[in-house]
Design a protein around this ligand. Structure first.
Ligand SMILES: *Cc1c(COP(=O)(O)O)cnc(C)c1O
Length: 252
């Protein structure tokens, strides 16, 4: 092997090792938090947030059994989907603010959208997803519907994304009106620095909204919890934790 190839192999081994450590540590935290909350660890799924991380790190996580990846930017998601097209059961989740003019480029590539925050966005997703169901190997819903979480702004002024609690009923109705969408539940990004008490108050608000708007029958899932507050989120009923930094390291 030439020196150059050896150098490459060392970088790859280092990257694989660091993703293995990060992913392993986060899986342990999720499992411990679930047990501490008296929940079945299998009821909490890990979404590895890979925004601004190279495709090689997603490949490393995939080789360790990770299948669900969260991306924030439409253009980056499209590029990574092309780079990783040889992994047919890798599932992308769009978790960042989504503009309606980007919807057409994403449907068919993503298995879920966690950031639906308006009636108009729900209608556009429903219309486009009808023509392009999620491919069989990447499905989270049985008939190829696109899984949708409604993002709610529970942080008030400090947070700009998400619908307001007052708009939630209309957004729920808009998602339910679209046969190509499957309503998965609510999503929130709490304001604050991840202090347990601050995140907890906002997660509890989300739980109250879930109860008010049909309960787990209509809104079974809850997409809450990041590197800084996943334990609190799991205590508060999270079914999808979205973890980036603690899996992949600081973003480039
Ligand atoms: C970046 C991001 C995450 C992951 O945050 P970390 O602190 O890196 O774990 C989760 N959710 C959303 C919506 C994000 O934008």
């Amino acid at each position: 092997m030439s020196d150059r190839l050896e150098g490459r192999a060392e970088i790859d081994a280092e990257l694989q090792g660091s993703v293995a450590r990060g992913l392993g540590a986060v899986r342990d935290r999720v499992e411990q938090a679930a047990r501490a909350a008296g929940r079945d660890p299998a009821s909490v799924a890990l979404l590895a947030v890979s925004k601004l991380q190279p495709a090689a790190k997603l490949r490393a996580a995939y080789s360790l059994g990770q299948r669900d990846f969260g991306e924030n930017y439409a253009q980056e998601l499209v590029a990574k989907a092309a780079e990783l097209a040889d992994l047919p059961d890798l599932r992308f989740h769009m978790i960042g603010h989504l503009q309606r003019n980007k919807v057409a480029s994403l449907v068919g590539l993503v298995s879920a959208v966690h950031s639906v925050d308006s009636v108009r966005l729900a209608a556009e997703l429903g219309k486009r997803a009808k023509d392009r169901p999620v491919p069989l190997a990447r499905r989270l819903a049985p008939n190829g519907e696109l899984m949708v979480f409604i993002e709610v702004n529970v942080a008030g002024e400090a947070q700009k994304s998400g619908c307001s609690p007052a708009e939630l009923a209309d957004v729920i109705a808009a998602v339910r009106a679209e046969p190509a969408l499957r309503l998965a539940g609510l999503m929130a990004i709490p304001a604050g620095g991840g202090e347990a008490s601050v995140s907890r108050a906002q997660f509890e608000m989300l739980r109250e909204l879930q109860e008010e708007h049909g309960g787990p029958g209509l809104l079974p899932g809850s997409s809450i919890g990041m590197s800084r507050d996943l334990e609190v989120a799991i205590e508060c009923g999270s079914t999808w934790v979205r973890v980036g930094t603690d899996v992949f390291g600081a973003r480039g």
